[in-house]
Design a binder for this molecule. Structure first.
Ligand SMILES: [Zn+2]
Length: 261
């Protein structure tokens, strides 16, 4: 993990100017693919420029562990591509994904809103890149009333909704539906049609046996929905994948869409 040697501290909290909306729209229009984090993209231009020196590019390498249970989080990660899984390791070596973060959000929100002590493990499941920021520096810059403070609070509500819907999903929906849901989210966040995905890792994330993932992947492959070979998956038929998923995908996507609206 790279280190952050110095952190510029802004002189004052930022308050959005009314005419920032046009500049924000222009910046969003020019952000594409790997440059885009939707939370940062929703910031007024003036506030974004003020905060930008705090951020550093951070590679999200496949399998990289960002935090472990008991760690004190010092950073927030705003992915521009890729997926960070929030997982709960259990006794006996098992683990299950309880939430995930992509370019719609931020990982490490507890370091901004709370004391940063983590109960869970954050691990990169689909490779990409993030903008990393020191939590204390961000708190100093984004005081109550700033657009970022408001966005992060709204995001936290959506993140909670995602976690609660995942509880329902794990109880109500089949492994095949959850597999399709997971692929849709990964596809949204990867910024590309093909990405690395091991069956062992996904089985652990979904809390099912490896054979169950194999069956679900085989069914989607035979139906021409995905191509899956040697740990890499390619999405071939996105509408069919949406039909194969439970409704949780659309519900959670809508919750996050409201954050920056
Ligand atoms: Zn579901």
């Amino acid at each position: 993990m790279t280190s952050m040697n110095s952190t510029p501290t802004p002189e004052a909290a930022v308050v959005a100017a009314p005419d920032d909306a046009v500049a924000t729209a222009t910046r969003e229009a020019t952000q594409t693919g790997t440059e885009r984090n939707l939370l940062l993209g929703a910031l007024p231009e003036r506030e974004y420029r003020h905060l930008a020196p705090l951020f550093e590019a951070f590679p999200l390498d496949f399998g990289r562990v960002l935090t472990r249970p008991g760690d004190i989080e010092h950073y927030l990660y705003f992915p521009t591509a890729g997926t960070i899984s929030i997982v709960r390791p259990a006794r006996g070596g098992r683990m299950v994904e309880v939430a995930s973060v992509g370019n719609e959000g931020v990982s490490g929100i507890g370091a901004f809103l709370g004391d940063g002590r983590d109960m869970f493990e954050s691990v990169v499941q689909v490779a990409g890149e993030a903008k990393r920021v020191n939590a204390a520096a961000l708190r100093a810059a984004a005081q109550p009333g700033s657009a970022l403070d408001e966005l992060l609070r709204r995001y936290t509500v959506a993140f909670l909704a995602q976690s609660m819907q995942s509880v329902a999903c794990n109880c109500l929906h089949s492994a095949e539906e959850r597999f399709a849901r997971w692929l849709l989210s990964a596809h949204d966040r990867a910024g590309r049609n093909e990405f690395r995905l091991t069956q062992d890792f996904l089985a652990a994330m979904l809390g099912v046996r490896r054979a169950t993932v194999t069956e679900a992947a085989t069914a989607l492959r035979k139906a021409g929905v995905i191509h899956y070979l040697r740990g890499r998956v390619r999405i071939l038929d996105r509408p069919a994948l949406e039909r194969a998923s439970c409704e949780c995908y659309a519900l959670i996507r809508a919750a996050f869409a409201r954050v920056g609206a």
